[in-house]
Ligand binder design. Structure first.
Ligand SMILES: NC(=O)c1ccc[n+]([C@@H]2O[C@H](COP(=O)([O-])OP(=O)(O)OC[C@H]3O[C@@H](n4cnc5c(N)ncnc54)[C@H](O)[C@@H]3O)[C@@H](O)[C@H]2O)c1
Length: 354
């Protein structure tokens, strides 16, 4: 087993920041290099990254990396993952795996062919509150799970790329609702044995049809209903019309009980402030009056542990579990595509997605 692995990060902003934060907490990781087209020097200085590249291909060619973090806009995931696989590097790709089903399939196949591990970054799978949720469910506390309802919602993306429908692959359905989707597949999918067999989706149409974000090409409101082969239903939601901070919530209804989880407003802190302060939780626009600041936000959203898990897999040469695999990322992209199709046609879409 390798004592320490070398990591390269492609990207330098929001997601790259929580990757660097997570790697810095891990004594078995050396962040060797970063590549991006802007913000590179401030990012490298903040995290003390020794070498930087304006071209990620050059980084892949010159650096002896064990793992590459893909923290670039959605439409570039495909090219960067393929390049990393060609260079023989294991790769951790942020959500969504790709902007199209064809790209996502090609990425999974390319990594398999190159013999490199492909990790899909669904951080909810590693969020401590949801891991405890899973333990409680697996223990049988809720009886048979019948229905899961989950959402990620906030007041709009910070990334200019994500406002562009082509570069994002859609709007808040693919960009936000993919979190509850990935987690629910992990929870109910039984490692691929309990596929999703029916879906229906409804979203705003983007631009003038949006409620608030008239400049976004993709939708600012989206919901989806899924049915699993063993009969469970799930309701997922993503929207950009939720002010007051990122709202990530889960409700689970079982034959013997129910459970509610709050990933973002569940802080042990209650603060009342007249002048306000720097930061409370992701996507809040002020900190006046009563607030509930996040405590160790990157840990509690699952980032620290998802990356620690990937690093351990690379060190121990072990394939990722279903919830963190390229296959789960591919299933998410396929289901999102089916939800968009249902929204377009107004008809239920049937299939077999694992
Ligand atoms: N898991 C999560 O909760 C989560 C949260 C935020 C973002 N993300 C994902 O992370 C990815 C990045 O999002 P973000 O919010 O950091 O975006 P961002 O707009 O803040 O940053 C984009 C980054 O990509 C880099 N970039 C753009 N084109 C490039 C190129 N050709 N070569 C190299 N670098 C290039 C830019 O330099 C920048 O650093 C997205 O896929 C997003 O969905 C995931």
């Amino acid at each position: 087993m390798k004592a320490k692995i070398k990591v390269g990060i492609v990207g330098s902003k929001f997601a790259a920041d929580f990757h660097a934060f997570s790697y810095r907490r891990n004594p078995t990781v050396e962040i060797a290099a970063a590549a991006a087209i802007d913000n590179l020097e401030p990012f490298a200085q903040k995290w003390n990254i020794p070498r930087t590249y304006a071209d990620y291909q050059e980084m892949l060619a010159k650096e002896d990396l064990d793992l590459v973090s893909v923290c670039v806009p959605n439409f570039l995931h495909h090219d960067v993952v393929l390049a990393a696989a060609r260079a023989g590097k294991h790769v951790f790709c942020e959500k969504p795996l790709a902007t199209s089903v064809a790209d996502a399939r090609e990425m999974v196949a390319a990594c398999r062919k190159a013999g490199v591990l492909l990790f899909y970054g669904e951080d909810w799978v590693f969020a401590p509150a949801l891991r405890r949720t899973e333990e409680i469910i697996r223990e049988g506390a809720l009886g048979r799970v019948l229905y899961v309802k989950a959402k990620e919602c906030h007041n709009g993306t910070h990334s200019p790329y994500a406002k562009d429908k082509q570069k994002c692959g859609g709007g808040c359905l693919i960009h936000l609702a993919i979190h509850p989707l990935g987690w629910i597949l992990h929870l109910l999918g039984n490692g691929g044995q309990n596929p999703v067999v029916e879906v229906f989706g409804k979203c705003n149409g983007g631009l003038a049809d949006n409620y608030v974000h008239k400049g976004n090409g993709g939708e600012d409101f989206a919901v989806g209903i899924l049915k699993f082969a063993q009969g469970e239903h799930a309701f997922i939601e993503g929207n950009y019309i939720t002010v007051g901070g990122m709202d990530d919530k889960v409700e689970i209804y079982g034959s013997e009980g129910n459970l509610k989880a709050d990933l973002t407003f569940g802080s042990p802190l209650r603060v009342y402030s007249r002048p306000g302060y720097a930061y409370a939780i992701e996507k809040t626009d002020n900190t006046l009056g009563w607030t509930f600041p996040a405590v160790d936000e990157f840990l509690n959203l699952g980032y620290v542990d998802e990356l620690a898990y990937a690093v351990d897999c690379v060190r121990e040469k072990r394939s990722p579990q279903y919830g963190c695999s390229g296959e789960l990322g591919l299933a998410c992209v396929e289901i999102i595509a089916a939800l968009y199709q249902a929204n377009e046609t107004g008809k239920l879409v049937r299939g077999r997605w694992i």
